[in-house]
Design a protein around this ligand. Structure first.
Ligand SMILES: *[C@@H]1O[C@H](CO)[C@@H](O)[C@H](O)[C@H]1NC(C)=O
Ligand SMILES: *[C@@H]1O[C@H](CO)[C@@H](O)[C@H](O)[C@H]1NC(C)=O
Ligand SMILES: *[C@@H]1O[C@H](CO)[C@@H](O)[C@H](O)[C@H]1NC(C)=O
Ligand SMILES: *[C@@H]1O[C@H](CO)[C@@H](O)[C@H](O)[C@H]1NC(C)=O
Ligand SMILES: *[C@@H]1O[C@H](CO)[C@@H](O)[C@H](O)[C@H]1NC(C)=O
Length: 463
């Protein structure tokens, strides 16, 4: 923690060296003069204009390039944070931006206590391709002569089209294998990389009667037929199934796979965020290597389909109570997506794979986990997906246990960690090494088995 605070001081101390009027040696709430203007010494987060510049500057945005106002003079330090000579109008005790962070495309987001969101920002800072360039925000200080203070004009419009399409359009997608060795393993489910150690998938994918537990995850690949030597294969160390999942029931169909070795991120291999939204009016994309249609072959190249959100009434009508879905469709924990106009769906083999949004263009967010459906590819039908937002607290507790613990203690761990990562990235241009191939045991018999069987809904993968 102290190390993190250090970063803050380093940044401001550097700006100080180039500034003759550096430290005014005044304590909080004392009057001060900066650039000939009267101000008040306040903690940096009490001074909105300074807090904003500080957040963006520490997120790697160049003060000159983005035409950001200069940081004000520093009065002193308090609790290792700068106290600045603030000329903003209406300075209060509030620390409005204390809980904010800078995310994709310069979007300022409230941390909201969500570890998943803060991790999303953190991983964003590690993207090996530029995304910051299209940031569309502005911070202006406007002098109000009558009030003798600065009003702040902060604007942030979400830019569209952050980056060109890459060969690796879905760098978080995992193909999951079952069996004792890589060569003979069967690759029957999908998943999503969400951290250096964890892959999110469906609970029903974690084992099959015929092949046992999931043993491998292949990452950063595009085609099943790519030679295995190019696959980044990680051995699965442990399988964490949601505690309330009781096969063959369809509820709580979500699980986490911990890899034996750390996943090294790179251009073709990056974690996705967890989407904490509960509505997806703009639709989502599903991707996977599942069957191309009922009774058709498994896809070789990763397939992507655009799907529309079905509302609660529609989903409940399609998925009525039956023995594996005792209370029918559960809108709080599940969601269903499909197409009202075209024959588009996820299919067998897509199970466990992501339903994702791409609001920021640079980085995906996982909205759902492909769970099960009726026969795929029937007009007006829709598949069922585990609703990720509902499970975020559980995922956080497994994937980021320390942060979850720290959050409980109301620590300010997150911002600090993020600042250090940003400064590390700025200092050494990121840290993307090659992945290490690993092996272990193999897996399942069917993919989201969507196969036929009239009245019975089938899972969309191993099982
Ligand atoms: C800062 O102010 C305090 C008292 O207000 C004084 O004792 C101290 O010497 C000052 N330090 C510097 C570096 O001017
Ligand atoms: C700053 O405040 C002092 C005392 O209130 C006043 O005399 C002075 O004119 C002010 N300076 C400016 C630039 O407003
Ligand atoms: C604030 O900035 C925006 C965008 O630059 C501009 O459209 C708007 O007029 C500004 N508001 C004021 C009060 O200057
Ligand atoms: C499969 O994984 C579960 C954990 O989900 C574990 O309890 C079980 O022992 C594993 N089975 C085998 C055969 O390794
Ligand atoms: C759900 O969608 C159906 C069909 O599009 C529509 O008729 C119905 O009004 C919707 N219900 C709600 C609650 O939005």
């Amino acid at each position: 923690m102290t190390g993190y605070r250090h970063t803050i001081i380093v940044y401001l101390a550097l700006s100080c060296l180039t500034n003759v009027l550096c430290e005014l040696n005044l304590s909080e709430d004392e009057p001060c003069i900066t650039n000939g203007l009267n101000g008040t010494c306040v903690g940096i987060f009490r001074c909105d204009s300074a807090a904003l510049v500080y957040l963006y500057a520490n997120a790697g945005y160049d003060v000159v390039e983005y035409n950001l106002p200069e940081l004000p003079d520093i009065c002193s330090y308090k609790d290792n944070e700068p106290v600045v000579c603030c000329t903003d109008c209406g300075v209060t005790k509030d620390e409005y931006f204390r809980d904010y962070g800078v995310g994709p495309l310069g979007v300022l987001g409230k941390k909201d206590g969500s570890i998943a969101l803060s991790k999303c920002f953190e991983y964003f800072g590690k993207l090996p391709y530029p995304c910051r360039g299209s940031a569309n925000f502005g911070i202006k200080k406007l002098w109000k002569e009558n009030k003798k203070c600065h009003e702040i004009n902060y604007s942030n419009a979400l830019a569209v089209g952050g980056r060109d399409a890459q060969r690796w359009e879905f760098p978080h997608v995992a193909l999951l294998g079952y069996g004792d060795d890589v060569e003979s393993a069967q690759w029957l489910c999908g998943g999503s990389v969400i951290s250096e150690r964890f892959i999110l998938t469906a609970a029903h994918c974690t084992s099959t009667r015929a092949l046992g537990n999931i043993t491998f995850a292949a990452l950063g690949l595009l085609k099943r037929t790519d030679p295995k030597k190019y696959w980044k294969i990680h051995k699965i160390k442990s399988i964490i199934i949601h505690p309330e999942y009781k096969a063959p029931s369809k509820y709580h169909d979500i699980a986490l796979l911990e890899t034996e070795t750390e996943i090294n991120f790179g251009k073709d291999l990056l974690p996705a965020c967890l989407d904490i939204n509960t509505e997806f009016k703009d639709g989502v994309e599903a991707s996977g290597w599942g069957r191309l249609g009922h009774r058709q072959d498994l896809a070789d190249t990763l397939q992507v389909v655009y799907l529309e959100e079905y509302n609660k009434t529609e989903c409940a009508a399609i998925y009525q109570p039956h023995r594996h879905l005792k209370n029918g469709y559960d809108h709080e924990k599940q969601m269903c997506f499909g197409s009202h106009r075209e024959v588009i769906d996820t299919c067998e083999g897509d199970s466990g794979g992501p339903l994702q949004t791409n609001k920021f263009k640079c980085q995906y967010s996982i909205a759902g986990v492909t769970s099960y459906g009726k026969n795929c590819g029937i007009l007006g039908s829709a598949g069922v997906y585990t609703r990720v937002s509902y499970y975020v607290p559980w995922i956080e507790s497994v994937v980021w246990p320390e942060e979850t613990e720290a959050k409980r203690k109301k620590d300010n761990l997150w911002l600090d960690e993020w600042l250090v990562i940003r400064s590390d990235v700025a200092n050494n241009g990121g840290n993307f090494g090659p992945a290490v191939a690993q092996r272990e045991r193999p897996g399942p018999d069917r993919l989201r088995h969507h196969e036929q069987t009239a009245d019975e809904d089938r899972e969309r993968g191993a099982g």
